[in-house]
Design a protein around this ligand. Structure first.
Ligand code: ADP
Ligand code: F6P
Length: 475
């Protein structure tokens, strides 16, 4: 039976997470990560439904409205959180799709949970979507949903967008269930990726792993009467105008000044903002900063590094290890170099509201984005969107999707610690004139290619079956 919604988004997470407080009451908190940052403003303008997990195990709550979006929860049991979310999604696919920075683990039990949970999301989407509706499935946790949904509801138009990289075939080939994953994705009419390289990795995987004819951006499915699936890049973005507007507010500027004062008014503030994830290169960044202090190229009190790291996937082994490593490294740097009233690294293992983030961006002379691999990295775009004053410098890893668009950033290979140190020093000493020129160009790009344009471009492409080249212009 068809549902009521002409547009349904299906994502692992809802825009809000249910939090169980110590006194037994429940409250809602904004979910972490770039997917929610991007999709929330899009869905606030659409009259659609967002299907997702509420972040805790057990019976799902009834559908509800939050942050201006209709939310339809899908429930996960405690075992499914462990096997589908922490296991297959974040112990198998996440490292596999991020250049195997840590070794992926392959467990058949995790895979079985992934299939079962994907069926549940597909069923929920089939129940909510109106006749002929558009269903937009999001990210690596739900790659089987397009096929499962098409079987249930062939009347739907189905899009899929992968927020993280899609790996080269030589890496993807490790996955014991690679054929099933590709078949799952090919249930969609349009499969979107962050970068052209991700789309071509996917097309090549279709040719190599399941011998399908893939030409330019189209895969043909002979067993489905020659149905064609398009694969193309649609680099995701942010609500740049909203952030620009927020950063211009007097209270946000005052908070930015206050942050600098609380840091002891150093000459330079450096900033890192990430989920606490091994893909983000946080340890590489800390190492470069530590060596700059030990080389005497920067002085304690002259520069302070603020590292904000949102807790993430806290029960997954590699994340537990990363947290320990970061804490030990920060402790060592501060133990070695701090003086009374001068702390070189401020490490904040918290999540902050949007206004505090905007103030932090405004307070920072240098933004450090040093991911070892990152689908896009919205933090880089947020920094640029906040700097209406055209000040500040962005140090950006070449291994982010954002590097394709923000060519005026100071590009780094985060594995090259000497190169990273030089880039930081260059950013600190950049003339205001050069900084403004670079920032202006990056701001133009982010303003013109905001998240509304991303969504509109994807959804338009989904409405135009058969068109060949949907890659958006990256100039
Ligand atoms: P990912 O999706 O891998 O987490 P992105 O950089 O694309 O990485 O997106 C992260 C999003 O989460 C951004 O919108 C960023 O502002 C937000 N974020 C990251 N850390 C924090 C934090 N400590 N508090 C609040 N928001 C955060
Ligand atoms: O885009 C990357 C992403 O994994 C999203 O899918 C996810 O919502 C976000 O980062 C945060 O991760 P998690 O949902 O595992 O906390």
């Amino acid at each position: 039976m068809a549902g009521d919604y002409d547009l349904v988004v299906v994502a692992n997470r809802l825009p809000v997470d249910r939090v169980e407080e110590a006194d037994g009451t429940t409250s809602w908190r904004r979910s972490p990560g770039g997917l929610v940052t991007a999709l929330e403003p899009v869905m606030q303008r659409e009259d659609g439904a967002w299907i997702g997990w509420a972040g805790t195990h057990g019976e799902p709550p009834e559908p509800f409205d939050a942050v201006g979006v209709r939310c339809v929860p899908v429930g996960l049991s405690a075992d499914e959180v462990e096997d589908y979310y922490e296991g297959f999604s974040n112990g198998t696919l996440w490292p596999l799709y991020h250049d195997v920075i840590v070794a992926p683990t392959y467990h058949r039990r995790w895979w079985e949970a992934y299939v079962r949970v994907n069926e549940r999301f597909a069923q929920a989407a089939a129940e909510q979507a109106a006749e002929g509706a558009t269903v937009w499935v999001q990210d690596y946790q739900l790659q089987l949903v397009p096929r499962m949904l098409r079987r249930r509801r062939p009347d739907l138009r189905i899009g899929f967008f992968n927020h993280i990289p899609f790996p080269p075939f030589e890496i993807f080939a490790q996955l014991p269930w690679r054929g099933a994953i590709l078949d799952g994705l090919l249930g969609a009419d349009l499969v979107g990726f962050q970068r052209p390289a991700d789309a071509s990795n996917f097309l090549r995987a279709c040719r190599r792993a399941i011998a399908l004819p893939a030409r330019q951006s189209l895969v043909r499915l002979p067993d489905e009467g020659g149905r064609q699936v398009r694969a193309a890049s649609f680099p995701i973005s942010i609500d740049a105008a909203a952030l620009d507007e927020m950063a211009r507010r007097e209270d946000i500027q005052e908070r930015a000044r206050e942050i600098r004062r609380d840091l002891g008014d150093p000459q330079y503030v450096l900033l890192g903002v990430d989920r606490l994830d091994y893909t983000k290169g946080i340890l590489h960044r800390l190492k470069a900063f530590e060596e700059l202090l030990s080389d005497g190229r920067i002085q304690v009190g002259e520069a302070a590094l603020v590292q904000v790291a949102t807790p993430s996937r806290e029960r997954v082994e590699q994340y537990v290890q990363l947290r320990q490593d970061v804490e030990v490294t920060v402790g060592r740097i501060n133990g070695t170099y701090a003086e009374i009233g001068k702390t070189p690294v401020q490490y904040l293992h918290h999540s902050y509201g949007r206004e505090e983030m905007a103030a932090l961006f405004l307070a920072a002379d240098v933004m450090l984005v040093t991911s070892l691999r990152d689908g896009m990295n919205l933090v880089a775009k947020e920094y640029v969107a906040s700097r209406y004053d055209e000040r500040g410098a962005l140090v950006l890893s070449e291994f982010t999707g954002a590097a394709d668009e923000l060519g005026q950033a100071i590009m780094v290979n985060p594995h090259d610690i000497d190169g990273l140190k030089d880039a930081v020093v260059r950013a600190l000493h950049m003339s205001p004139r050069e900084a403004a020129r670079r920032m202006r160009a990056m701001r133009r790009r982010v303003r013109e290619h905001d998240v509304q344009r991303w969504a509109a471009t994807f959804l338009e492409a989904l409405e135009r079956p058969g068109a060949e080249n949907t890659e958006i212009d990256l100039t």
